[in-house]
Design a protein around this ligand. Structure first.
Ligand code: S3P
Length: 431
């Protein structure tokens, strides 16, 4: 899909109607990786169509797993278990995807061959020791620039032994890497997190019969084993949903229903935060799919007021759009305990300050977050900073702002939500 270099929006048009979102990015990465661990053919429908998930699919292809993805997001994966993985002939390019690079490290750490993982300039600046250190402790040989802190990374895999490891930072990506390694290791691997992180991995692998056990909300135990091949319709992405939830909340007259979304409690904590700000949001779980609650989110526009938000892994991806909600709220919204925002695809603390300021909103940065003085944002020219979530935040701000907004660097949305503009158009079309 070719995306135009800029998105131009006219603020104040209500969003109305029903929408089915692209598949959850986090579940899509995992579905691909877990199908590669199993034996036989897995079928995945509504796979996320962004570039990040394509990076994971391409990486598996390099490792000898047959991945066929149709134009409609239907994927067929033919795998022969971990023993069927083979040494990649070329350097694996993880693109912009931290999830691909970190999780892949865990998958190949147990394989008796060399893998070389690289990424784009943004990924090459992101911290990797958090995954490199524990995998080294399990017996794999990993290296990279700055003693393994920065990509490109080399992974010389081999026999692994289970360890008890306390993660340096709560991270769904690092936890998953250690689970993938633990499934290939001798003995038991115990992973303790300083705080809970997203739990798709344990839900999905548990539902697929892999030897993984949640001891408490901070501790997981894994033994050697593999999930079975499976079929999955990936539910809609709750983080992508957040952009529409905030847009519909801030544009008066809006009323939308987002259907078939993952309602994993750890992924929709932003709903509770927005309700606390005054938003009118209903959530209805209608089924469970591979351990994931799935259902709909209904939003009606409502006046918002500022609050204090304490950041943690489960809402880290939604903090930028919550800052946008804060820009339209009455009073001050403070985001704290969110220093990790600075080491995402871009420094999101700095990027939000720059971009929200363009709208005439007062923003102060802190090392661990932001203070946003809500008001009446006016349309402006904003930049994506090459970061998909900043681009989408700018679009949401433009929908609520008075007058016209231009989002420069719009193609960054290809990472997680290439068809955002088309989906948005379906909600605006009745006007
Ligand atoms: C993810 C975990 C989070 C999140 C990222 C996806 C995952 O990263 O920001 O977009 O799928 O596990 P960290 O693990 O670095 O917190």
């Amino acid at each position: 899909m070719t995306l135009s270099p800029e998105l131009v929006l006219h603020g104040g048009r209500p969003l109305r109607g029903r929408l089915r979102l692209p598949g959850c990015k986090g579940i899509s990465h995992r579905a691909l990786l877990f199908s590669a661990l199993g034996e036989g053919r897995s079928h995945i429908t509504n796979l996320a169509d962004g570039e990040d998930v394509s990076s994971t699919a391409a990486a598996l292809d390099h490792l000898g797993v047959r991945v066929r993805i149709g134009a409609d997001g239907a994927a067929a994966i033919m795998a022969h278990g971990v023993d069927g993985l083979r040494e990649p002939e070329a350097v694996i390019d993880c693109g912009n995807s931290g999830t691909t690079m970190r999780m892949l490290c865990g998958l190949v750490a147990g394989r008796p061959f060399l893998s070389i993982l690289t990424g784009d300039t943004s990924l090459s600046r992101r911290p990797m020791r958090r995954v490199v250190d524990p995998l080294r402790a399990m017996g794999a040989r990993l290296d990279g620039r700055a003693d393994g802190e920065l990509a490109p990374l080399t992974v010389r895999g081999g026999s692994l032994h289970g360890i008890a490891h306390e993660l340096a930072v709560a991270s769904g990506q690092v936890k998953t890497a250690l689970v993938l390694a633990g499934l290939q290791a001798d003995g038991e691997t115990e992973i303790v997190e300083p705080a809970p992180s997203r739990d798709h991995t344990e839900r999905m692998l548990g539902a697929l019969g892999a030897p993984i056990e949640r001891v408490d909300d901070r501790t997981l135990r894994v033994r050697a084993g593999a999930p079975q091949a499976f079929e999955l319709v990936v539910p809609g992405d709750p983080s992508s949903a957040a952009f529409f939830v905030v847009a519909a909340s801030i544009v008066p007259g809006s009323s939308i229903v987002l259907e078939d979304v993952s309602l994993n409690p750890g992924r929709i904590e932003y709903v509770e935060i927005l309700r606390e700000m005054g938003a009118r949001i209903e959530v209805e779980v209608t089924e469970t799919r591979l351990g994931e609650p799935v259902g709909s989110i209904t939003v009606e526009a409502a006046p918002l007021h500022g609050i204090e938000i304490s950041g943690h892994e489960a809402i880290i991806d939604e903090l930028p759009v919550l800052a946008v909600a804060g820009a339209f709220a009455d009073g001050i919204t403070t985001i704290r305990d969110a220093a990790e925002m600075a080491v995402k695809e871009t420094n999101r603390i700095g990027a939000l300050e720059q971009e929200l300021s363009q709208l005439g909103i007062g923003v102060e940065t802190r090392p661990d977050g932001l203070v946003v003085r809500g008001g009446s944002p006016t349309g402006a020219t904003m930049k994506s900073h090459g970061d998909h979530r900043i681009a989408l935040c700018a679009a949401v701000a433009g929908l609520g702002a008075v007058g016209e907004t231009t989002v420069r660097g719009w193609p960054a949305v290809a990472i997680s939500y290439p068809r955002f503009e088309a989906d948005l158009a379906t909600l605006l079309e009745d006007e």
